[in-house]
Design a protein around this ligand. Structure first.
Ligand code: IVH
Length: 680
């Protein structure tokens, strides 16, 4: 009889799927390391489980992961029972599914009267939380958990700058349970990764996992140090004290007026019908890369609460909402080769060379494997089929190997004992995942350092691209930045892709770079631990390259924001004989940063101490500080009696309170810009 064996096979597969989904849920909801599954794989496995369970209803068990929304929390945080369950969303990726969702909603409505308005908004790829406000005060914040019970992460959520501790505006509801997503801006995530890499650590792979981990910190100060944001997208149970909004679009405006961040006007659309919805989701997909945060789709909601209530919910998902999922920024392809790239510090990075793969609108041919340890852990081999993810503008990376598709003859990658470029010895300390080429004269390192020297933020030499740099090293024997300043038009004109005219242009650009500000020169020198902001601090404090190179550790430690590790790195850099030669040569070649522009001694900011707090809307924090400092101000990190001015943006917290207590003048960003003369 065929039947029992089919049933047996289904039972085995259901068991297997449950184990996998269960494990992934646990990893995700506890903010642990990634489970190794991509989102699309997770969805596919979960969908398969749902399909099997509906085909064989007797296999459904109450503890199946399909019977709950998420994973119940760990013991580290107190449990919070949500007044109303936090649901998930049904998803659609095809027009037929969208239509089916619409038809199902219409089918429940009697007659032809079904003509609702819809809202369409970005589906933010972050972590769902609930905030409870009583009489306007934030009293509790929790994770979604399993939908019914989440974890109390109030203390951590209080540190998120965009979450108001107190609501304001006219009609503050008695009770407001507001749900939303905690997430990161792509720019903040990149900045964070830049800092990690600068400090010699590994970049974080996935912003959502990083966010989940940040919310589960034992110490709220650890959460505070991470640039998390919040956007409200829905409600739990509320008591509006008689001023109840009747639609989601009206609620969004009310939430905004209460001081809560909501999806902004540019991406929140009310669509009159399904055709309108289709247009909006297409437009949103086209704009995906422009948005400041990562989105994985659009959320479509029926706007009117009355109709939402009539439609109600299934066990895990409401009937009045739908997640339209965008194509994942991931794909599967084969590894043609594994290369090891040499960076400018000599760091060896394994890179998978791929059969071309189209992901999120671009073709990928390389994906990073990060370091020796990561490569060994994933056990990527030539010939393997791998899953590659490209999140935002982050470098594509291999996240998983499909071991079941591995060819029989695939052998583990043998980590090189010698630099693949220069043959010099490669150092692989047992206590570190990183490996380095130890030969400072390695052409790959020399090239990478020269290229860095001319980049934006450093000496900004127009036209000094990678291809030119490679030729300069290989064919013109340039080995140090000083060599650039000795190049003539004749030296360059003969190079590939060059000619008299571009050669003359490049020589002029190199010449122009001699007078770049000291901070740029310090960045160009590529001192470990010194990024652009430390370079600016150094330039401001010491004024000349000579003074910086002579600075003692003690003097360096006097600079705010410079600690022992950075000070040691700076001292070590200037003690290294090779670096001393490079600097002497640069000075001899005529590199001469102008003396630091003396800060203005008159005007509204001269000699004033300014503190920035809250979110700035037009300027970055760094740009605002730089602007103030140019005008003679000193930027400080905390408010005291000595503070002259506080510039406060939305969601400013304790610093603003302190300023008010001390009677320090407070202005908003617009007013600040007016004072600087940037705007009228
Ligand atoms: S509405 C009951 N709106 O997606 C409806 N959710 O897959 C509640 N999400 O749990 C969700 N952006 O964490 C909604 N604009 C948005 C969203 C959004 C992201 C998340 C949310 C939700 C999950 C469902």
């Amino acid at each position: 009889m065929a039947e029992p064996s089919v049933h047996d096979a289904a039972r085995r597969r259901v068991d297997e799927l449950r184990r996998i989904v269960e494990e992934a849920d646990r990893a995700y909801y506890r903010g642990e390391r990634e489970s190794g599954l991509t989102d699309a794989e997770y969805d596919a496995l979960r969908d398969e489980l749902v399909a099997l369970e509906s085909q064989f209803p007797d296999l459904v068990t109450p503890d199946s992961p399909t019977q709950r929304v998420g994973y119940a929390g760990s013991e580290a945080f107190a449990a919070v029972r949500h007044t109303e369950p936090m649901l998930s969303l049904e998803k659609a990726t095809t027009d037929a599914e969208l239509q089916a969702w619409y038809d199902a909603a219409a089918g429940d409505e009697p007659g032809a009267a079904f003509a609702p308005e819809f809202t369409v908004e970005p589906k933010i790829d972050g972590v769902a939380v609930e905030l409870v406000y009583r009489s306007g005060a934030l009293v509790q914040g929790s994770t979604r958990g399993d939908g019914a019970v989440g974890e109390d992460i109030t203390a951590n959520l209080r540190t998120v700058a965009s979450i108001p501790k107190q609501l304001h505006g006219g009609q503050v509801p008695d009770v407001l349970e507001v749900r939303g997503e905690v997430y990161l801006h792509k720019r903040d995530f990149e900045e964070l990764n830049r800092k990690l890499v600068e400090a010699g650590e590994d970049a974080k792979a996935n912003p959502r996992n990083f966010t989940a981990g940040s919310l589960k910190q034992k110490d709220p100060e650890a959460t505070r140090s991470r640039p998390l944001r919040f956007t409200a997208y829905g409600l739990g149970r509320c008591d509006w004290s008689g001023h109840e909004p009747t639609s989601w679009s009206a609620t969004r405006t009310r939430l905004h007026d209460l001081g809560l961040p909501v999806v902004d006007d540019a991406t929140f659309v009310v669509a009159p019908d399904l055709a309108g919805v289709r247009e909006v989701i297409a437009a949103l997909l086209a704009r995906r890369d422009e948005l400041p945060f990562e989105i994985d789709g659009a959320v479509i909601k029926i706007d009117a609460f009355a109709l939402q209530r009539r439609l109600g919910a299934r066990s895990r998902t409401p009937r009045w909402a739908l997640a339209w999922k965008f194509p994942p920024r991931e794909g599967r392809t084969k590894v043609k080769a594994i290369d090891v790239w040499v960076g400018r510090t000599g760091r060896l990075t394994p890179v998978a060379v791929l059969e071309p793969l189209a992901v999120g609108g671009i073709t990928i041919q390389h994906a990073t494997l990060h370091n020796r340890e990561q490569l060994a852990q994933l056990d990527v081999r030539v010939g393997d089929t791998v899953v590659v993810v490209r999140a935002g503008d982050v470098i594509p990376q291999v996240v998983k190997v499909q071991k079941e598709l591995r060819p029989d003859d695939a052998v583990p990658f043998a980590w090189p004992t010698h630099c693949p470029v220069c043959g010099g010895e490669a150092e692989s300390p047992a206590d570190s995942p990183l490996s380095f080429c130890t030969n400072l004269a390695c052409p790959a390192q020399v090239e990478a350092r020269l290229f860095h020297f001319g980049q934006r933020g450093a000496m900004e030499i127009d036209g000094l691209g990678e291809k030119i740099v490679t030729q300069l090293v290989k064919e013109r024997g340039v080995t140090s930045p000083a060599g650039l300043y000795r190049l003539t038009v004749a030296d360059l004109a003969e190079l590939d892709r060059m000619g008299e005219k571009s050669a003359a242009g490049l020589v002029a650009a190199i010449h122009d770079s001699k007078t770049r500000p000291l901070a740029r020169l310090l960045v160009a020198l590529d001192i470990r631990q010194v990024g652009s902001s430390t370079a600016r601090d150094l330039a401001k404090r010491f004024g000349t390259l000579d003074a910086v190179r002579r600075a003692t550790k003690e003097q360096l430690l006097e600079v705010p924001d410079i600690g022992g590790i950075v000070a040691d790195a700076i001292v070590a850099f200037f003690h290294e004989p090779r670096n001393q030669t490079t600097i002497d040569e640069l000075l001899a070649a005529g590199v001469a940063p102008p003396p630091e522009e003396a800060a203005a001694t008159d005007g509204p900011f001269a000699g004033k101490t300014i503190v920035f707090t809250g979110e700035l809307e037009t300027l970055t924090r760094d740009a605002a500080k730089e602007l103030a400092m140019k005008l003679g101000a000193k930027a400080a990190g905390s408010v005291s009696k000595k503070t002259d001015l506080v510039v406060a943006g939305p969601n400013a917290g304790s610093k603003l309170v302190k300023a008010r207590e001390l009677g320090v003048k407070v202005v908003d960003e617009q007013e600040f810009l007016r004072m600087t003369g940037r705007i009228a």
